[in-house]
Ligand binder design. Sequence first.
Ligand code: BES
Ligand code: MN
Ligand code: ZN
Length: 500
Amino acid sequence: MKFTVKAGSLLQQETPCLVLGVFAEEFIGEALSHIDQLVGGAFKRATSSGEFSGRNGETLLLHAGSDATVERVLLVGLGKQAAFTLRALRQVSSSATKLLREKQLDHFLLALPQITFNETPCSERFQAIAEGVLLADYRYDRYLSVAEPGRPVSLSKVELLLSDEGDAPLAIAAIATAKAIVDGVCFARDLVNAPGNLKTPEYLAMQAVAMAEQVGISATLLDRKEMERQGFGALLGVAQGSAQAPYLIVLEYRGGIPAAPPIALVGKGVTFDAGGISLKPAEKMDEMKMDMGGAAAVLGTMQAAAQLKLPLNLVAVVPAVENMPSGTAIRPGDILTSLSGKTIEVMNTDAEGRLILADALTYVGRFEPKIVIDLATLTGACIIALGNQAAAALGNDDDLLQQLLQAGERSGERFWQMPLWDEYSEQIKSNFADVKNTGGRAAGTITAAAFLQKFAADYNWAHLDIAGMAWEEQGKAGQPKGGTGFGVRALIEYLRKTSS
Ligand code: BES
Ligand code: MN
Ligand code: ZN
């Protein structure tokens, strides 16, 4: 898919479809009455009949008269200008793209760059528009053996119509930024969507190595033998029930000054979570191929950061395992000795994410990171608390959490902070070991974080529970059913802000 930018009059464009944003309070202004002429007065009729009022999310597709160079006009409602946001702009761009792809149009012209609101800088607006298009042009179809008739077309070309020719260089840069970020998102989506029989821990490791090679960053794998030697008892405990070999994937990107301590990203990489001996129910177990959503987000972020040449140092650590029941699997009641030396009583083998993260969080300390951020599809409790609208954010550094929350809001990937008071640790005290891996039903997301905190002791740390966000069940405009790549956009936004 190619983007081009241009400027010029709305009325003289040659395109299968001109996409125009309309604020609720604005119609019918001067520009719109010109547009109305193109469509033979159909716009005015639609507004006076109440079919279109500029409400956010509304769309109206009209065909132009035969003498017009524009074949169609798609009007998209924006709602009230004062309430409009980057998040809304990205969504509008995605909805228009989805609608036109379904109409089999593979190229069109977006006049959305001309929308201004609340003094938002144009580079941010252009980036959001391009992201909206690219996010809506995704589909995972590699296992479809026959093309369904009438399925949405893939885009060939999208033109952006600027109000000022002078903004072209900014627009081109913003598009390149969006492209790098969404490539990272789609890499993550592909990984999440891949089925568990293909996507073994080894496959995840190979994908990470291939990506690292492609963008020129270094990759190291620790295999089972090496992890045994070093004492990754918690990670290996989870892996021992599976026929698939575990890996610890370590990537390093050095875009900053050599002496600068890295920011570390840690991602839960359970390629399939059957629950182990504490077996999950059959219903929706298929979705547990997404239990490496944190790993996917971390790998996608590394790819995008390298592509954007961000001026900072990054290290990514991904523990990759499969959680299966078998005769060699860990049992409830087993005690594991983690890499940190702390012992863990396994109350429930389905609380495996925190076990592998415990060792990953210990390991990442070796890099003396400035900050550690982990992402994990960690708890069902997080979905009960926040649904599919936000990930939970917890940690030991309120500044960092605030910055992540803000980056989340700007990028359109939301986080909501939960408390991590000492008192919650009472729930994970064990009779027989230093800590146990479950804390009961109450505050499940928090007690999982409290568990992780015991292994994230020596650095500034944030934990993002993305259980409700890594997988989309319904399908939305910028987000088809399946893996979302959630986290890449927010992390990149955070990294760009901290490095500027
Ligand atoms: N991967 C799951 C959490 C999950 C559930 C993610 C649904 C996405 C959708 C995790 O490993 C898990 O099974 N957690 C248990 C923990 C419990 C046993 C303490 C849970 O949330 O039920
Ligand atoms: Mn589990
Ligand atoms: Zn899990």
